[in-house]
Write a protein that binds this ligand. Structure first.
Ligand code: FO1
Length: 336
């Protein structure tokens, strides 16, 4: 079975580790990774979500933190500080720096981000095919208003420096409108037997991947069932700032609202989805909510999306593998 998963950072990576446990030897996973969180620092290209997936699946992740390398040291950061060179608020460790050096060196030599990611994965052997959503530069910016006025800042500054403490007014994936999907992305979606949306951020992770022209339409038109897992449990994100960025796009931070915002693919199939200006295709056939949100199942189903309530806290790999099995089982149930 060919499984395609769209993934952000920590939540996506942890889900994929469970998914890898849940599948058989003949199954294969292609991950389409978000690159909207990418940031250029010290002349280097840093790809937090691709690296988080690669390190998590490759056994090199700092487990408690969820990002960065295990057994990390911080000499370069301390040296940069002595030169007065920041940003101090973004933690790049020595071991992690090596990844950004190799990536940037290869990009400067003319390789694409897809080629570089493939090369980095030769070391990490993540057990999945990891594709960036695009080889083109895309950076998510967040519009905020604070004492300095209204301005757009990089997503990493919003999240890491400001801890999402200021309201997000708008989310803009800068560069997405003219970007192309990376080689293999549309082909993988078209050839998939199952498409999964892990419990990643629906706006700045999966939403950004879907913002690359062609990807949203390819998912909506895929022959494979599309099943998502809610990143919202009991009205709050399990981790991260999904509530803040959902508010910016006018969506309530509930498992039900996130599903209905992705929309149902049934409308497309039964012809009630007529298109027109501002039209967005529905994407989901199935949706998993946590047992804490069991009461939202009926409303999601009324929206044309098959819904089940199962435990969705990724406490360890076996529990996460159970979630993945539930997602694959739902995909079989909704297969047209
Ligand atoms: N998250 C933090 O909360 N603080 C950091 O200093 C930080 C540095 C960092 C460096 C490399 C990397 O790959 C990820 C890093 N993250 C850090 C995580 C990252 O900001 C976000 O969690 C993701 O971009 C959201 O998916």
């Amino acid at each position: 079975m060919r499984i395609v998963a769209l993934a952000g950072g920590i939540g996506g990576a942890r889900f994929l580790r469970g998914l890898r446990e849940a599948i058989g030897p003949e199954d294969e996973i292609t991950v389409i990774g978000n690159t909207g969180d990418d940031i250029h620092l010290y002349g280097l290209k840093v790809c937090p979500d691709l690296d988080t997936v690669m390190y998590t699946l490759g056994g090199g992740i700092h487990e408690e933190q969820g990002w960065g390398r295990t057994d990390e040291t911080w000499s370069i950061k301390a040296e940069m500080k002595e030169y007065g060179v920041g940003p101090e608020w973004f933690g790049l460790g020595d071991r992690d720096f090596a990844t950004h050096l190799v990536r940037s060196q290869m990009l400067t030599a003319g390789y694409t981000l897809s080629q570089v990611t493939e090369a980095l994965c030769v070391r990490w052997r993540p057990g999945v095919r990891l594709l960036p959503m695009s080889d083109d530069r895309i950076e998510t910016h967040v519009r905020i208003t604070d004492e300095q006025g209204t301005r757009a800042i990089h997503f990493q500054e919003y999240w890491v420096r400001l801890h999402a403490a200021v309201d997000a007014e708008a989310i803009v994936p800068v560069g997405a409108d003219t970007a192309k999907p990376a080689p293999g992305v549309l082909e993988a979606i078209a050839a998939a037997d199952v498409i999964l949306f892990p419990p990643s951020n629906p706006v700045v992770s999966i939403g950004t991947i879907l913002a690359v022209p062609g990807i949203r339409t390819a998912v909506a038109a895929a022959t494979a069932p599309v099943v998502g897992l809610s990143p919202i449990i009991g009205g709050a994100p399990v981790r991260g700032m999904a509530d803040k960025v959902l508010a910016a796009v006018g969506v309530e931070a509930t498992a039900e609202a996130v599903a209905l915002n992705y929309g149902s693919r049934a409308a497309l199939r039964d012809g009630t989805d007529e298109g027109g200006p501002g039209h967005r295709e529905g994407l989901l056939d199935g949706w998993l909510v946590d047992t804490a949100d069991e009461s939202s199942v009926a409303a999601v189903e009324a929206g044309g999306i098959a819904c089940r309530a199962v435990p969705l806290l990724m406490t360890d790999v076996p529990t996460t593998a159970e979630m993945a099995r539930a997602a694959l089982a739902l995909a079989e149930q909704v297969r047209a």
